[in-house]
Write a protein that binds this ligand. Sequence first.
Ligand code: PLP
Length: 407
Amino acid sequence: MGQFQLRCVSDGSLQPEYALSCPHDQSLLRAQYRARQIQPRDLPGIWRFLDWLPVERVFPGFEAGPVTYKSRGLARELGLENLFIGFNGYWPERGARLPTCSFKDLEAAPTIERLKERGERSTLVLASAGNTARAFVHAATLAGWPLLLFVPEKALDRMWTVLSNGAEQVTLVAVRGDYYDAIVMAEKACSYPGFVPEGGARNIARRDGMGTVMLDAAFFLGRIPEHYFQAVGSGTGGISAWEAALRLRGDGRFGDNLPRLHLAQNIPNAPIFYQWKGLPAEPISEDMFDDVLFNRRPPYAMPGGVRDALQETGGDVYGITDGEAQQAKRLLEESEEIDILNAPAVAVAALCQAVQEGRVRPKDTILLNITGGGLARMREDFELQALQPLAAVKSWEEAAELLEGKR
Ligand SMILES: *Cc1c(COP(=O)(O)O)cnc(C)c1O
């Protein structure tokens, strides 16, 4: 037995260490760690939670992690006594140093470390609307790992790095389409020998990396929070928070509740919101407040997916308009005195709504995951280098030609 066993959520069946899917159904896989109680290590950042990460070692050069603090400014505005912010971005004054300013850094580092430990030598293939790509570029570059990225052309302005040798191992392909088109191309690229998928929501290294936001909060609070707010696209962060809370409950020292998941989407591009509410989906809008929150195929209905996470925690999904998000963004930035990305503003708007509707009470313990921020703060300290795409492609045929040339 290794540090963990990998089991299907549906039937508990044991699966090989690196499996991404279950043989009998669509179920997600989940790691069952040997350490029932987590002992925080004397290691930097995310590695403090090594007991509950599917890796054996720390990844040299990546020392950042989640940060939790008690809110004063926003808490006062909303009349909340126990509002805690999980700040996942760059804010050195609070100890937050995620190198690409979003919690995708927490997914990328354990994913790359796990590939290294596996001895896998293939090129990692990824589709992303921006933040994931940036995080994986950073982690892969630190590790000298080859990476093939498909990014919608509209998201190219989010492709930057603070590393001076940023582009060497990375092949960046701009896709003339949306995130979904990028996903389809990445899937096709993985059918080529020498290219492997990273697995998205099915990858336990990604989920358990994100789960450290909940772990960090639990250690800070001494308990599992009663509510968890997050803006979601795929909803994977919600699944991660739920899974981390299940482990904390099993640990026994953090209480026996599960945090109610309050997941927020930006309407009208909000498939999780419509599915959860049983509403017909609205036509897709080309423009949205933050397109990192649009995923047309979220891991919703399968065992261990978003629906289970919502049902088991008594959670709910919010549909937030652009205007509400805009207003919430201003409120948070002014009250907490830090800039945030657009996506987490959608979670802040959901929190405002929950307070207004009495869905959270003034004394409740609330964790608000600010999934990305401090970009303006980072610009004060670093020169951000734009990453240049190798080419822009419209169809898979064009992309395939490009890859043939690379081989
Ligand atoms: C990816 C992302 C989200 C949504 O994450 P899920 O995978 O849906 O949990 C939210 N905010 C930011 C900044 C992101 O990059």
